[in-house]
Design a protein around this ligand. Structure first.
Ligand code: PHE
Ligand code: FE
Length: 260
């Protein structure tokens, strides 16, 4: 699909479409291979070890853009997750419903060669390379499912915008403290050549310890490298602070508090 094609609701109720793997051109696969090789060279020593451990689920029988059917088979065997194709951004409740059922929705189009470094909407490289390896980690896999359930609940509380910040500062732009040092794990960083180094090495952004209330009170920017990152000690701590915490009182407290 073309990146700029208008997104119309597909016939399926859950917004999924066939990936149509056969329709990719050799150039599409070549763009994937270029991005893949570039990030694989950059990430060791910079990314969470769980991400590197999950990377081989992406090494399928054919090079190029992964076939979601084969990828899902691999992922299903590890953590029970699947990858399904959608035409672009989907409504929030649809997105959460998929996550709650351990289905990750991914765009199927890939950027052009003149967009290797920057793209406004997520393409298949961001969605699959950025997000799928950690879905092969059992603890992170559970976090993503819980987030989907929590997302559906946040809508009822009218707190979706606050909960979205949690996704942003963990799943997309999270940092993790390991014994070997600070590492990236958020998909928005991991899939970006420039932000991988910036997030770890630049003196410009703030790096704050993860604290649930602080995260949910912090707006974010979508048009440039982040001004701040939140650092978790480990995925288990993230899971306990979210899945195992009732957000009803958290949302109650947030109502009386402003943003940072
Ligand atoms: N435990 C949260 C609630 O009570 C849901 C949640 C789980 C939110 C995981 C984010 C991540 O709503
Ligand atoms: Fe993403």
């Amino acid at each position: 699909m073309l990146p700029n094609a208008p997104v119309v609701k597909p016939a399926s109720d859950d917004w999924t479409v066939p990936q149509d793997w056969e329709a990719y051109r050799p150039e599409d696969h070549a763009v994937w291979d270029t991005l893949f090789a570039r990030q694989c060279a950059l990430l060791p020593g910079r990314v969470a070890p769980q991400f590197l451990a999950g990377l081989d689920v992406l090494r399928l029988s054919r090079p190029g853009i992964p076939d979601f059917a084969e990828l899902s088979e691999r992922l299903m065997a590890r953590t029970g997750w699947q990858v399904v194709a959608v035409p672009g951004l989907v409504p929030e409740d649809v997105f959460f419903e998929h996550l709650a059922n351990r289905r990750f929705v991914a765009g199927r189009f890939i950027r052009r060669r003149d967009q290797l470094d920057y793209l406004q909407e997520p393409d298949v490289f961001h969605d699959v390379f950025g997000h799928v390896p950690l879905l092969a980690d059992p603890v992170f896999a559970d976090y993503m499912q819980a987030y989907g359930e929590g997302g559906l609940r946040s809508i009822k509380f009218g707190m979706l915008d606050r909960l979205a910040r949690l996704y942003w500062y963990t799943v997309e732009f999270g940092l993790i403290a390991t014994e070997e040092g600070l590492r990236i794990y958020g998909a928005g960083i991991v899939s970006s050549f420039g932000e991988t180094r910036y997030a770890l090495e630049s003196d410009v952004p703030e790096r704050l310890p993860f604290e649930l209330m602080r995260v949910m009170r912090t707006p974010y920017r979508i048009d440039d490298f982040q001004e701040r990152y939140f650092v978790i000690p480990d995925f288990g701590t993230l899971l306990r602070a979210t899945r195992d915490t009732d957000f009803a009182p958290v949302y109650g407290a947030l109502r009386g508090l402003g943003d940072y």
